[in-house]
Write a protein that binds this ligand. Structure first.
Ligand code: KIV
Ligand code: ZN
Length: 389
């Protein structure tokens, strides 16, 4: 299957905005600049650099990221209020390609907070999107909690935002409530129903409260969305956002059924994942897809033996493609003789069959007592068996 421009998915990274909103994930100014540079270098199309009205620090970070940007579009977030939008523009206007992202909660629960009627909110959307568009050619609009907004009202406000000049319409699943089949259907029906929907790009912004953010984002793409909003390591409010590394690798590995491309250099994934984990203070869980410590590690004998014969037996992607030097075969009580011999070779030690047998017995005994057996442990076993200990 060949892909065309219509199949190019724009990657919008919001690690520095939605990601930083995770309680405890605050980053310093310099850390934000570093992460923005890494995102730009890895080929992220749009960086949501912060929420300029939120604080003086956020304003400064967004402005400086905008000034230093190379090829990414730099976006700032603004509520549906004119002073927010003006402040956002002040920060992003230095970028080679600036974007204003303005939003308002459109579901009944969210409309109740500012206590606006449907008509009053519709007027506010028209006024604020028009204002943003008068400042900037690139305007994104989001109906927050879109997936719990009444269908007719959602169509109405999306139409108003498009008429007022929004160039991207983002459909957030703010509370991670949607299931994949609904995610695809919602985008498809919006594109079919709203006048001039084909003039704009539809985006998907999924939260992970039910662990479905990645599946929902990919389903939305199949429904017609061409921008995925995501964060490194899935950082974000509550259970987080769609993880950039997951959607990008899913599209790369499963191009047979999802023939869409991104501009991401996947070899840069692991480095940025580690940097975001460090600067945010949010360690990556060991079994996290793509970037977890165990994502390319195999301990059991059957798996290690298979991996030593053919890496495709237990890996669907190459560790090198995400920036690792290779697969890891840690030795533990489930490991077999083949992995032990491979480890000995890696350590520069060749042993005969009898010595290997002896080392293996001692190794199993040690592994029963230790969680993981390290290189030094193995070398000690070699010495012990050589000396006939
Ligand atoms: O989750 C959400 O609805 C958001 C919006 C501000 C886009 O982050
Ligand atoms: Zn969000």
């Amino acid at each position: 299957m060949t892909t065309t421009d219509k199949d190019r998915v724009v990657i919008f990274d919001t690690t520095l905005r939605d990601g930083e909103q995770s309680p405890g994930a605050t980053m310093t100014h310099d850390e934000k600049l570093e992460i923005a540079e890494l995102l730009d270098d890895m080929g992220v199309d749009i960086i949501e650099a912060g929420f300029p009205i939120a604080s003086e620090g956020d304003f400064r970070a967004v402005s400086e990221i905008a000034q230093r940007s190379k090829s990414a579009v730099i976006c700032g977030l603004a509520r549906a209020q004119l002073p927010d939008i003006d402040r956002c523009w002040e920060a992003v206007k230095h970028a080679k390609q600036p974007r204003i992202h303005t939003f308002i909660g459109t579901s009944p629960l969210h409309r109740a907070i500012p206590n606006l009627t449907q008509d009053e909110m519709a007027d506010r959307i028209e006024q604020t999107v028009t204002h943003a568009r008068n400042l900037c050619d690139n305007v994104q609009w989001s109906p927050m909690d879109a997936t719990r907004t009444e269908w007719d009202y959602l169509c109405r406000v999306v139409e108003i935002a498009i008429k007022a000049g929004a160039t991207t319409i983002n459909i957030p699943d703010t509370v991670g409530y949607t299931a994949p089949v609904e995610s695809a259907d919602l985008i498809r029906r919006l594109i079919e129903t709203v006048p001039d929907a084909d003039e704009v790009i539809f985006a998907t912004h999924c939260h992970n409260d039910l662990g479905m953010a990645t599946a929902n984002a990919l389903a939305a793409v199949q429904g017609g969305a061409r921008q995925i909003e995501c964060t490194i390591n899935g950082l974000g409010e509550r259970a987080g956002n769609t993880a950039l590394e997951e959607v990008v690798m899913a599209l790369k590995v499963r191009g047979d059924i999802m023939p869409y491309t991104t501009g991401i250099d996947t070899k840069k994934i692991m480095h940025i994942s580690r940097r975001v984990a460090t600067v945010s203070g949010f360690p990556v869980q060991f079994n996290k897809a793509i970037v977890g410590k165990n994502a390319f590690a195999h301990e059991s004998g059957i798996h290690q033996d298979g991996m030593l014969k053919n890496a495709e037996t237990f890996e669907i992607m190459r560790p090198e493609d995400v920036g690792l030097s290779g697969t890891s075969l840690p030795l533990g009580k489930h490991s077999g003789r083949a992995a032990l011999r491979a480890k000995l070779r890696e350590l520069g030690t060749e042993v005969g069959d009898n010595q290997l047998k002896d080392i293996f017995v001692r190794f199993k005994d040690l592994a029963d007592r230790k969680k993981e057996v390290f290189d030094d442990d193995i070398l000690a076993l070699v010495t012990a068996t050589t000396e006939g200990d």
